[in-house]
Write a protein that binds this ligand. Structure first.
Ligand SMILES: Cc1cc2nc3c(=O)[nH]c(=O)nc-3n(C[C@H](O)[C@H](O)[C@H](O)COP(=O)(O)OP(=O)(O)OC[C@H]3O[C@@H](n4cnc5c(N)ncnc54)[C@H](O)[C@@H]3O)c2cc1C
Length: 443
């Protein structure tokens, strides 16, 4: 199959590689085993922002995202087996009408289950549900010799914990058994509160986590007088009927492929933020909407990533423990002294870390910032990444584009153990990605 240019979701990373999609699992095994390419990486929906699912000169391998949702069966215990290639959206569409929900849901319905597990993804409820590892009971993983290993907390548990959060570098998740949770409705009641500065917002956010199921904050990092002002949107399942439960139509707005278009410019972002803050301040206190509308705001615009133009965007997501909120404030204030443009900033609260060796979330605050991929943005991120590592924080490898490999041991204390397990299951170094090469993960 000919090689072609593929992009990261952020459009800031490109690669020239082969991409094969197979319907049958034995065909995937055959392709992996007989691949003459230098490096193979599983690919899901390609929604990772950086070079996680790209491999220059190698082979990206996917299972077809066939619509097999009709075959899904939820056991009385809430257990369900799904293919690694199934999207979060398809899973929810099939199970929510039956009264079941995935307890941990990342912010886009287009992400695959395999991709979410490989990132040990978190949702807007990490402080009480942890990451997606918490609802994963078992995996079937195709390792580099083509065999499929069943692993869980008891059987082959090292492979289990190395694969969740392992960014495709231990093998391809062909299927997973997930534990769903009962829900009493398919709507949420959303509460919107705006805050004039970061400290009052952190306090307000902390307060809602005591009673609400989900919470997320949008921060305005572009006002010169109140950087860190923002809006907390919290939600809980609406248990009084199904009123207004219909999801809005997703993917209706289409942004064309970037040529010379780049609308993410300082004056436009500032006006957008001012308007958003003003409208949120006036928003009705309580609103009922579908779970999907609340959880997937970005999915309303298909290809919103194209707004960032040809050079694309970086998503910089880091986490800091509570005792380091002054560093969080410093990072936020520092944007006024650089031309790096924090176009979108989203804050979440995190609780217990999962046991997976490369899991990102741990107790504290995580801030995810989308920035046009400019030299100033890379400089700004790199300036603070070493401070984040020293503060017992870390950057999210599932989204990273530029972290310094030397910082990883500090950020991820179980990295050396993960490398040992990775090597054990892939002694020939078949699984590789541009990220693993950049960060020397599989040497
Ligand atoms: C709009 C948006 C919102 C997001 N919100 C969140 C969020 O709230 N929380 C969060 O944690 N993340 C979030 N993400 C990041 C996302 O969860 C990860 O990037 C995820 O890995 C993407 O999955 P994918 O199916 O697109 O996989 P890809 O981008 O194709 O691959 C991502 C990684 O997963 C590996 N992988 C993919 N499929 C498999 C498989 N079957 N077996 C083994 N490895 C595999 C790849 O090798 C690669 O390393 C968001 C991303 C976007 C674009």
């Amino acid at each position: 199959m000919p090689k072609m240019t593929s992009h990261s979701w952020g459009n800031n990373k490109r690669t020239f590689a082969e991409h094969q999609t197979h319907f049958q699992i034995p065909n995937v095994a055959e392709t992996v085993v007989n691949s003459s390419s230098s490096g193979v990486i599983p690919r899901g929906a390609g929604r990772s922002y950086g070079d996680q699912a790209l491999v220059s000169g190698g082979l990206m391998i996917s299972l077809t995202q066939q619509d097999d949702s009709n075959d899904l069966e939820v056991h009385n215990s809430g257990l369900i087996s799904v293919k690694g290639s199934m999207t979060i959206g398809k899973l929810l569409d099939a199970t929510m009408p039956l009264g079941w929900i995935l307890p941990v849901i990342p912010g886009s319905q287009h992400i695959t289950i395999g991709g979410a597990l490989a990132a040990d993804a978190h949702g807007k409820n990490h402080w009480h549900q942890s990451s997606i590892a918490s609802c994963c009971e078992e995996l079937n993983v195709m390792i580099s010799d083509g065999t499929i290993i069943r692993c869980n907390r008891e059987i082959e548990n090292q492979l289990f914990w190395a694969t969740i959060g392992g960014l495709g570098l231990t093998g391809l998740i062909t299927s997973a058994t997930l534990r769903l949770q009962r829900i009493a409705g398919t709507s949420v009641q959303v509460q919107t509160r705006s805050y004039k500065n970061l400290s009052s917002l952190l306090k307000g956010f902390e307060d809602v986590t005591a009673s609400e199921e989900y919470a997320v904050a949008w921060l305005d990092l572009l006002t010169s007088h109140q950087p860190g002002r923002g809006v907390v949107r919290s939600a809980s399942i609406y248990q009084h009927g199904q009123a207004m439960a219909k999801p809005k139509r997703f993917n209706q707005i289409h942004i064309p492929k970037p040529r010379n278009l780049n609308v993410v410019l300082p004056p436009i972002c500032r006006s957008h933020n001012n308007l958003k803050y003003l409208m949120s301040s006036k928003a009705r206190d309580l609103r009922v909407t579908s779970i999907q509308n609340y959880l997937f705001p970005l999915d309303r615009v298909r290809n919103w990533n194209h707004l960032y133009g040809k050079s694309g965007l970086i998503q910089w997501q880091f986490i800091l423990p509570d005792k380091e909120t002054s560093l969080l404030e410093e990072i936020i204030m520092g944007f006024s002294k650089t031309s790096a443009l924090p176009a979108l900033a989203v804050l979440k609260r995190c609780g217990e870390a999962s046991e997976s060796y490369l899991s990102f979330c741990s107790p504290g605050w995580t801030l995810a910032i989308d920035l046009p991929a400019t030299q100033d943005a890379y400089r700004y991120i790199n300036k603070f990444n070493s401070r984040i590592a020293s503060a017992e924080g870390r950057v999210n490898l599932a989204k990273d584009s530029c972290v310094d490999a030397d910082l990883l041991d500090k950020m991820y204390p179980k990295l050396a153990h993960w490398k040992t397990i990775q090597k054990q299951f892939d002694p020939q170094g078949i699984w590789q990605s541009d990220l693993s090469r950049r960060l020397l993960l599989c040497n």
